[in-house]
Design a protein around this ligand. Structure first.
Ligand code: FPP
Length: 249
């Protein structure tokens, strides 16, 4: 079992974003209904939130429900939201006592009343916490976020708050759901799929990517550590060249 003391404490990623995938396949492999896969997926979330908080990670973002997930059967959509409600009911006190701050990215205001109410209460309870920021992407899609951003810029210009020359990436990112959150350093996707699926597209322009065949319900702290070890071996260049090369001659 890989332990977190094998990690270089000076190079812990500030922000890890996870595309949790494979709940359905996990359930099918066990002859269980898809809902059982999602339920087991919540257990994995619980462990990874705790592990991230213990390791001193600043931000953890999980892709829980995308703007495209509405095309799933109604029953499955309703299972996912019930699981979210149960999760918040059962876990929010633990989250709070671990100094974790909950945050939601995505158009969650459009969700049903009982969900928005529960979310608002949970956000309020944890808002002054100073440890891990646990971001749940809910009714989130990067293209939807971009459309929203363009609409806001249109309004700013229309109301003469800004001029065309004021438009730069700094302004653009301040109009995303992720405002104030540093870009992910590391993106993890489980279940062997090699896609990004409309997740934080501009924000992950320079993120390191890590893919695993492990299905999300089987994802544990040791896999998170494996991903971070891989991340720590990489040289991030952000489009530049290696520092040593830069100093040559
Ligand atoms: C991917 O598996 C998983 C999801 C789309 C949903 C993840 C949501 C939860 C685990 C529950 C609710 C969230 C919280 C934050 C408590 P898949 O269904 O796409 O799997 P498959 O590709 O194998 O079919």
């Amino acid at each position: 079992m890989i332990e977190s003391d094998t990690l270089d404490k000076t190079k812990i990623p500030k922000h890890i974003a996870i595309i949790m995938d494979g709940n359905g396949r996990w359930a099918r492999s066990k002859g269980l209904p898809r809902a059982a896969g999602h339920k087991a997926g919540v257990e994995a979330i619980r462990e990874i939130v705790r592990a991230s908080s213990d390791m001193g990670i600043g931000y953890l973002t999980v892709y829980a429900f995308s703007t495209e997930n509405w095309t799933r059967p109604k029953e499955e959509v309703s299972t996912l939201f019930s699981l979210l409600l149960i999760y918040l009911d059962k876990e929010i006190n633990d989250i709070h006592s671990n100094n974790v701050r909950l945050n939601i990215i995505g158009d969650y205001q459009k969700l049903s009343n009982n969900i928005t109410k529960k979310i608002t209460k949970s956000l309020e309870l944890t808002k002054n916490n100073t440890g891990l920021v646990f971001n749940i992407a809910l009714n989130y899609g990067s293209r939807d976020e971009m459309v929203g951003m363009v609409k806001k810029i249109y309004d700013l210009i229309k109301n003469s708050d800004i001029e065309q020359d004021d438009i730069n990436y700094e302004l653009i990112e301040s109009l995303f759901y992720t405002k104030g959150i540093p870009d992910p350093d590391l993106v993890i996707r489980t279940s062997g799929e090699l896609r990004i699926s409309n997740f934080l597209l501009p924000q992950i322009a320079y993120s390191e990517l890590w893919f695993t065949d492990v299905l999300w319900p089987d994802f544990r702290k040791e896999h998170l550590i494996e991903a971070i070890i891989s991340y720590q071996k990489r040289r991030r260049r952000y489009g530049g060249i290696e520092a040593e090369e830069n100093n040559e001659g």
